[in-house]
Ligand binder design. Structure first.
Ligand code: UN1
Length: 501
């Protein structure tokens, strides 16, 4: 598409505050371009500034009493309606996702499905939001707990799952009765605006969900520091996550930060190698490696290492790099020039450190790809724990391989990282898988399946440097957005004879 034509087609986005679409008052223009061809402008928006963020917070605060009073099953039905509306637009939204974020269309469809399953799960939570009842030490007394909304909450999301991550935070926040200010990553504003439109069309009252589009820390800081904000749910880089956590901690509010990973896949000598191969390829190169759950370290039992790597290289060579909207393409671009440069820097550092480059390592040479931020699928053998490639998250299609002789060595190396999100262990030996599951220091473990993914009904999140605060998804996902109240109900109708404690 010629640049000029693309510019005219670009959507013009606005902020959504108090139920109205308004122009941002910031100086900066947010321009969303297609990472597969950076001449293609997807959308433009005048960015929000501090004043817009404050307006959004005020709108959320004003909407809270009525939303809190809306019965939870009713709130849940509204989420269900939003899910149904999105389901009807699944292909269109997936196309927009591929255009704006770069992931290949089949992966975008998969992300749509995942987000829809999460919305449907959380819609049902409207009928399940509840506490516990317990017997009291006293006769004719009842102890029970209630779950109540917090008030205004901030939802701050990254660019790599521009549909699933926002909905897995927004749906539980809303069903629990909170009002939200949503700040998506500035690289994916077009999809974020569609998400907000869908919730609005489903019938959310004005002010219950507000959108601020902007770049830089100015509005993000307001959304954590303002006294009206009672909780912050953040997914993104460790650098920003630490800042969010520190600011929120200083205020003593609740915060969940889901951050990076350096996830290992271990392939044991007895594993089904075809299964392991498919899982490693998907984990390492799926979404161009741009997921916190990506497989970035491969720990191979030395008995099968040569055979496995030979097959891995064969398969990597077959991957077609290109525009994710084209059928047959298996690897899309990095999201922007900065991410592409980061990938290439990590590759250069690994080479300099003495790791052995087995494949990839460059931008593709095809001139048709020259306007996109593409990086070849890259595999390094002989990576040792002192190398940056072992320790630091790349967020690109770069896999670090090492070989081990013993199970204990595999466990030790798997745990030799500051991160702890997820891992995979491929084996035919169930006892060994159980021992690995026991010993590995991660929030999630995959046995004979790739490191990536999650399901609505089970908690998602990590330990060590990968995350702080409550897990997401499942019951935990809603719990984060509620406050507990313990009720001591005495129905004796008489004075207590003695206070037992
Ligand atoms: C997945 O692997 O399907 O930012 C989800 C991320 C994660 C989501 C991964 N929060 O990559």
């Amino acid at each position: 598409m010629p640049a000029a034509a693309a510019k005219t087609d670009a959507a013009v986005l606005q902020q959504f505050i108090a139920g109205r679409w308004i122009q941002g008052s910031g100086k900066r223009e947010i321009v969303s371009v297609s990472p597969a061809d950076s001449r293609v402008v997807v959308a433009r928006a005048r960015g929000a500034d501090r004043a817009d963020a404050l307006k959004a917070l005020a709108a959320a605060q004003a909407a809270f009493p009525a939303w809190r009073a809306t019965p939870a099953p009713e709130r849940g039905r509204l989420i269900a309606k939003a899910a149904a509306l999105a389901r009807g637009r699944k292909e269109e939204l997936a196309r927009l996702m591929t255009l704006e974020e770069g992931k290949i269309y089949p992966e975008a469809l998969g992300e749509m499905d995942k987000g829809l399953a999460l919305m449907e799960w959380f819609a049902g939570e409207g009928q399940r939001l509840g506490g516990v009842t317990r017997p009291s030490e006293l006769p004719q007394n009842l102890l029970y707990t209630l779950r109540q909304p917090l008030g205004v909450v901030s939802v701050i999301t990254p660019w790599n799952f521009p549909w699933a991550i926002p909905v897995w935070k927004l749906a539980p926040a809303l069903v629990a009765g909170n009002c939200v200010v949503f700040k998506p990553a500035s690289l994916v504003p077009a999809l974020a605006a569609e998400i907000v439109k869908i919730f609005n069309e489903a019938g959310l009252p004005p002010g219950v969900l507000n959108l601020v589009i902007g770049a830089g820390s100015e509005i993000g800081d307001v959304l954590v520091e303002d006294e009206r904000v009672k909780a912050v749910s953040f997914t993104g880089s460790n650098e920003v996550g630490r800042r969010v956590h520190t600011l929120a901690g200083a205020r003593g509010i609740r915060v969940t930060c889901e951050m990076g990973g350096k996830n290992p896949a271990v392939v044991w000598g007895d594993a089904d190698l075809e299964l392991a191969l498919a899982g490693v390829l998907k984990g390492a190169f799926g979404s161009t490696g741009q997921r916190c759950t990506a497989t970035s370290r491969l720990i191979l039992d030395e008995r099968i290492a040569d055979e496995f790597l030979a097959r891995l290289l064969e398969e990597a060579a077959k991957i077609t790099i290109g525009d994710g909207l084209k059928p047959g393409v298996g690897l899309g671009p990095a999201v922007d020039e900065g991410q592409m440069k980061t990938d290439l820097e990590h590759i250069a550092a690994a080479k300099a450190a003495g790791a052995k480059l087995l494949c990839g390592g460059n931008r593709p040479k095809d001139p048709a790809l020259a306007h996109g931020w593409f990086v070849e699928p890259t595999v390094f053998d002989g990576v040792t724990p002192d190398m940056r490639l072992w320790r630091e998250e790349v967020f690109g299609p770069v896999l670090a391989v090492t070989r081990v002789k013993t199970f204990d060595e595999a466990v030790r190396l798997a745990n030799d990282t500051a991160f702890g999100l997820t891992c995979a262990f491929y084996t035919a030996d169930l006892a060994l898988a159980m021992r690995f599951t026991d010993a590995v220091e991660t929030g999630m473990v995959h046995v004979n399946s790739p490191t990536i993914g999650g399901e609505a009904s089970v908690p998602f999140g990590g330990v060590k440097g990968s995350g702080v605060g409550e897990r997401e998804m499942a019951e935990e996902g809603v719990r984060f957005f509620t406050e507990q109240k313990t009720v001591f109900l005495d129905y004796t109708g008489a004075r207590r004879s003695s206070n037992i404690y």
